[in-house]
Design a binder for this molecule. Sequence first.
Ligand SMILES: [Zn+2]
Length: 549
Amino acid sequence: MGYISRGKNNIVSHYNAKKRIYTRRKLARQQHLAIVDDDTTKGIASYKSIAAGGNTKWKGITLTEPAQNSWFDDEGYPKTSRDPITGRFVNPWSSEKSNGENGLVNFLRWKFGGLFRTLDAVGIVDGDAHDKNNPADIQKINRNAAVAAAPFLEADNSIHRTIEDTTNSIADDNNESEKIDLTWIGHSTTLISFPGNFTVLTDPHFSKYAGPVRRNEPPSFGVDDLPNVVDCVLISHDHMDHLDYWSICELIDKSKVKFWVAPLGIKSWLMDKAGVPPEHIIELEWWEAVRLSKDSLSSSPEIEGLVRAFDKSSERASDELHRNISEKNSLMITCAPAQHWCSRTPFDRNRRLWCSYAVHATPASSENTGFPPHTHSFYFAGDTGLPPEFPLHHMVGDRLGPFDLAAIPIGAYEPNWFMRESHCNPAEAVKIHQAVRAKRSVAVHFDTFDLADEPREEPPKLLLDEVDRVNKEILNMAVEVVAVADEVGISAELEAVESGLASDVIVRSAEDSHATTEKLVKLLPPLVDFAVIKQGQSISSAATRIEQP
Ligand SMILES: [Zn+2]
């Protein structure tokens, strides 16, 4: 009699007694890892792995960089942490590379050839030697600097439509949208509308330059095209291409934003530099969440509460957050980790935190009491590298996923030796899509600014190739699983007939085999849905979640 077992390392074994064939197939399967112990003197942390489905298996992985126990919670998830010597924020799983000391030398190494070209762009040098005492030269320097700093205040006039036309997403009280709509304005700037009539803007950048880098083309929409009041802006980190002074000033001047959500350290910059009123800023650390709610679809949101959702010792428990949740339209924004860094000047490296965001919209009509509320969910990956060993994005998916829609960066990855710590490449973006359990993702952070060495058109091409490759692999796995299960079914039937068993036993064994096949196919990862759209285009979440009765 044949049998199938799923043993160690997700090997599917099948022994066909009739044919005396033993087949083994490896199934890719997500594993969740959690810290259990560490030894700071050796800089090694060991982890236990918890297989999906609650079967705990113990397994060790080693952090190759110094780690402190306090940087991880009891379950092994990374907490907002600072390097004890520099006092700067770190990626706890990659502490040396993010302790705030490294970076400049590598940057110069990468940019050595292009350094003067870069300085030229901001008007510091222009090929000719400047005479600092010559008024004409000084004027030239000032003028170049002014041109470099001048923001794009005009949107591309060739686009004669508003974002409302594009997304058709701003629901009125009678017609509540049942999906998430995202418009890619450019780079990491997206406008998203959620059921419950919430609008969210990510990393707003409408300017001509990001630091010294000139925008390839004007943004597809300007500040004037945005809905009258965007409920919430999400800032992922303090880099010139994500936290843009001019764009924030314009948004403030035109009273376009209700709340600004940012990771630790950015609140004071928003207040002091950009003049954002403090009561409109919500500063979060990793795994902390804020809940905004509206009495009606047309009203303005209010802050209902902050929560340390995953901190078991916290008094701000998630239960409290979800009290009366079904009575109002709510939007839960959870700050989540990312592997990145930040700097605005040479002296403030990693003084401000970086993050990704999970956003969960819960319309008033739906019953939803868990945390996070899995009604309509969106993930903004911010800027992030994919840690090769540490299961960072699995952890995000584990706690906050799955997501109906995700915006994941795919550009600025060459040269790999320099960029891989801070930016994922297209293949890694697909891994992040799978790890956070996004049902559909959309590519951002490419095409707008040439931040790295790869050609502008390369990231989407590599992404689509990778999606194709991964999906073929998943389909092949499915074919193999079905073939193995079929073999089992047939041999079971043959044996039953040969040993003279009653026909109902045969039927039952065929049913068992069918059920086994289904079970195995369910273990396979879903096909990857990762879209590439043009700047100015919109996309919706894959499917409306059907509420359980
Ligand atoms: Zn960045």
